[in-house]
Design a binder for this molecule. Sequence first.
Ligand SMILES: [Zn+2]
Length: 551
Amino acid sequence: MQKNHVMFKKIFITLLTVIASFSTKAQTVNSTQKPKLVVGIVVDQMRYDYLTRFYNKFGEGGFKRMMNEGFNCKNHHFNYIPTKTGPGHASVYTGTTPKYHGVIGNDWYDKYEQKMVYCAEDDSVQSVGTTSSDGKMSPHRMQTTTFSDENRLFTQMKGKTIGVSIKDRGAILPAGHTANAAYWFRGKSEGKFISSTYYINDLPEWVKDFNASKAVKSYLKEWNTLQNIETYTESGADLNEFEGGFRGKETATFPYDLKKLSKINGGFDILKATPYGNSVVIDFAIAALKGENLGKDTITDVLTVSFSSTDYVGHNFGVNSKEVEDTYIRLDKDLERFFKTLDAQVGEGEYTVFLSADHGAVDVPSYLQDVNIPAGYLNNKETKAKFSAFLMDTFGVDNLIENISNDQIFLNHNAVKDLNKTLAEVEAAIVNELITYKNVYKVYAATTMHNNDFTSGMEELLQKGYSQKRSGDVLIIPSPNYISYSKTGSTHGSGYKYDTHVPLLLFGKGIKHGETLQKTVIPDIAPTMSALLGISFPNGATGQPLEFVLD
Ligand SMILES: [Zn+2]
């Protein structure tokens, strides 16, 4: 009897433990344990090695805080071509690639409308806060949902979403289809944040107040290096032949008198191409936090912040410039200021932040040539003339090409029909011709994309960037380090590692401390956020939640 009693007691205790563990599991996504705010940060054109190259210049409260408190995915990549801003922002927030979200470039040729279109333009809406047409924008060309859309659906539209950036597409695509609002910067003579009637009919008071303040104007001042330029040993000489610079200043060297230079460099637009563009975005993001009461209750809000100035500076001065180094040292300071405000406004440990990029960038090819690395510039004019002659010789017509853009050829399908040849035959002839051209690395027909399932290499990247509905008929990959660009400054767009390898840092509520060299990809970010929040994945998500970063 006594023995039975002990055994019963044991079974009872085991049962209790099992029940208790079930209830803890169930609680992992209950509302009190969710972050009050998710902040998504995308740094335009940030290569992974900027974290390591400038590490010793960073303070403790910015990038290093994310690394020291949070999780560092050190082998994080874009997994598609083209690595550009529109596709990048869409992919981070939808958890998939252009193949599914449909943002195949910043601009692309619309086969049905038979014209070039811009990823965020929308003629059916009006500008808000400006008389210019810069506000006629929306995310309508993005075909799938973002994790912030899913958060809106899950919370019965109670969790807010606000998007902020210098670039319209950097604000609009991350914020998704259901955002309360997205705000982007209008330069020229205005220097203020604007929006579109897609979201709101009038700017809220806090935005009007911000625009009326001297916040933006105060940055039209001198841009000199934050620290002694002699200590900037992580970059090349300030004066060299690989940098663009500003109109009205002979050399691309510090210091820059922005107030003076603004007069012949697009007014407030000059701020976009300086680190102060990032400071303006932080100022505005802080105003949004307060103005919208973000992270003030247990229903999760989402704030997306994209820094575009890093991209403008990179395009102008190049990966190896002192200007890029100074921009990241200053961004680090701005991030520290932002995180401190989040601690005060939302509460330390009550919010979650991730930081990544929309693409990397290539070293200036003329510099690479100087140090004997294969690199160069594509002569598109010469190539086009040779290609036209080939088409005439082979098919006897001059109307086969409808458009060439984003390294893709769009064929005139009616003209192909008139030749009594199949599309596949014409594609194959073009592929065989183009692959013989100098600095063409690979060429694929759309038919090949349809009939194969690539799981590695450039072919996989090309396929994941290929939209059956929107992409062209022949896809071209230029040789490594070959770009269509000026001989100064950096650009991006390829599937090479310099364009695909970017940071992924996460910290705050629900995030473990650690790091990995295991490969992770951009589309993993959104499903990870969905898993953290216990909500549905974005509807086209192809990435996997990164279980090892979650607490
Ligand atoms: Zn760019």
